[in-house]
Ligand binder design. Structure first.
Ligand SMILES: Nc1ncnc2c1ncn2[C@@H]1O[C@H](COP(=O)(O)OP(=O)(O)OP(=O)(O)O)[C@@H](O)[C@H]1O
Ligand SMILES: [Mg+2]
Length: 460
């Protein structure tokens, strides 16, 4: 039921208006002067106000000004006698929605209220849709084709809607933990409130504590003034605690308390403050293992582990290697005005065989680099960095081998030596002198390569 506040000093007008509005099922409340009206507005929320301009004490215009300051979207309809049309115009300039002359007819009142409320709800709807779209467009799309990851994304959507549920996101570096955290926030009812990210690994323990909880002035030497912590700053929204596995024991204990009580205390403060935040934690460590070795508190682990979201490494989702490489290629090709239309089968095979230690981030950067350095219709193996071309997981490449045997015959040992030298030199150049990588590429133990390097007198 829409709630309407009637502000007029004449009881007859108030009662008349109230009766008309109730006939149309609106909830009406009356105030005889401005002060009373403002008190009512503070106590509860209204959808519309009928405001008389000539009031004893606080004038109608003054009341209007105060309303617009504290509730700019609240609809105000001015009531005015014939003599004061000018001040009605003044009121419109100050943000009143419309005005109506006294004496008024019931039908006119009903119509003006209906139109005003309809406009209001349309406006609110537009605002809501705008926010929703901002939420969707501000977070980058999460590309998935892998069946297990698709199921996971459904879980993400589900958990997003439950605005209080704690989420723990795990996965190797670059698998998309940040992106998932942002997606959860932007699909949640908290989307129009802040999402605050804290990296638990980058700050030393005491600074982190100060960042998270804030402090009262004089809490410690150098603590000037009051400081609001990130928990308070995120109130109503989401706090994203990244690199959770790095949290020191003392802070683990404090965090556990916050998660249980939903209350925080500023450093040096006496008062406990209630906070309303959703916690999303992320880590690329194996927290279970950390619990076993006592680096991570078991009780905190279970408190976080309510909805675990584990992102698979990229090498375990071939469907996503295909989808993501095409997606990034299209994106960067456009960005750098290139003509890439797709990847050749051979190039795709190399991507599929690669280990992707840096996961999606590594792939994104690699394709960006390719688009900066090359241009073609097809991305082919030659465009790919060496570590992919010589990937130990892919089938060993065979070398073109053409060797004319001289009439006079030859010395096999010498030929083999020369050939070995040539291949090792090339490989060392390719890996820029990195012996481990060269050994891998050649399929020999590191020690063997070292021995041959010294035998052939190659500097490394
Ligand atoms: N499924 C995906 N679709 C599109 N882009 C993705 C996807 N997964 C990851 N990315 C992109 O890969 C990059 C790395 O992702 P993100 O920063 O979320 O990883 P992370 O798991 O938080 O890594 P770290 O552990 O190093 O913090 C980002 O640019 C992100 O947008
Ligand atoms: Mg991250």
């Amino acid at each position: 039921m829409e709630r309407i506040l009637i502000v007029d000093d004449e009881a007859f007008i108030r009662e008349n208006l109230e009766r008309i509005l109730r006939e149309d099922q609106y909830g009406a409340t009356c105030a005889g002067n401005g002060t009373e009206a403002l008190a009512l507005l503070q106590e509860s929320s209204f959808d519309l106000v009928f405001l008389d301009l000539r009031l004893p004490g606080l004038s109608g215009l003054e009341v209007l000004k105060k309303i617009k300051e504290s509730a700019p979207d609240l609809l105000v309809i001015i009531m005015t006698g014939y003599a004061s049309v000018e001040s009605a115009v003044e009121a419109l300039k100050m943000g009143a929605y419309d005005y109506i002359k006294k004496p008024f007819k019931a039908d006119a009142i009903k119509l003006i209220v209906k139109l005003a409320l309809e406009t209001q709800s349309l406006k609110r709807e537009v605002e809501r849709l705008k926010k929703q779209n901002e939420g969707i467009f501000s977070s980058k799309p999460f590309i998935v084709q892998n069946p297990a990851m698709k199921i996971l994304l459904e879980q993400v959507r589900e958990v997003a809607r439950h605005s209080d549920t704690t989420v723990l996101i795990t996965g190797e570096t670059g698998t998309g933990k940040d992106l998932i955290a942002r997606t959860i926030h932007s699909l949640s009812p908290r989307a129009d409130r802040p999402l605050i990210e804290v990296n638990c690994a980058t700050l030393p323990e005491n600074l982190l504590e100060n960042e998270l909880f804030g402090h009262e002035s004089g809490a410690f030497t150098g603590a000037k003034g009051r400081k609001i912590g990130l928990f308070e700053a995120a109130d109503g929204g989401t706090l994203f605690l990244d690199e959770m596995g790095e949290l020191k024991p003392e802070l683990q204990a404090k965090l556990l308390r916050v998660l249980e009580d939903k209350k925080i205390r500023r450093l040096g403060g006496a008062q406990l403050r209630a906070i309303d935040v959703r916690i999303i934690a992320a880590t690329n460590q194996d927290l279970r293992e950390a619990v076993k070795t006592k680096r991570f508190r078991e009780d905190l682990f279970y408190r976080l582990h309510i909805v675990p979201i584990h992102l698979l490494p990229l090498r375990e989702r071939p469907e996503d290697v295909v989808a993501l490489s095409k997606y990034f290629l299209a994106e960067y090709s456009k960005k750098f005005f290139r003509n890439f239309k797709g990847l050749s089968k051979e190039a795709m095979d190399l991507l599929l065989a690669y280990r992707w230690p840096g996961n999606v981030r590594e792939m994104r950067h690699m394709i960006e680099r390719i688009c900066i350095m090359h241009d073609a219709e097809m991305l082919i193996p030659e465009h790919l960095p060496k570590e992919l071309q010589g990937s130990p997981d892919s089938a060993p490449a065979s070398l073109p081998f053409y060797f004319p045997i001289p009439e006079a015959g030859l010395n096999l040992d010498e030929i083999v030596d020369r050939f070995t030298l040539h291949v090792i030199e090339k490989t060392m150049a390719m890996t820029e002198g990195n012996i481990s990588r060269a050994a891998k590429l050649l399929g020999v133990p590191r020690g063997t390569l070292r021995y041959k390097l010294s035998k052939y007198g190659i500097d490394s």
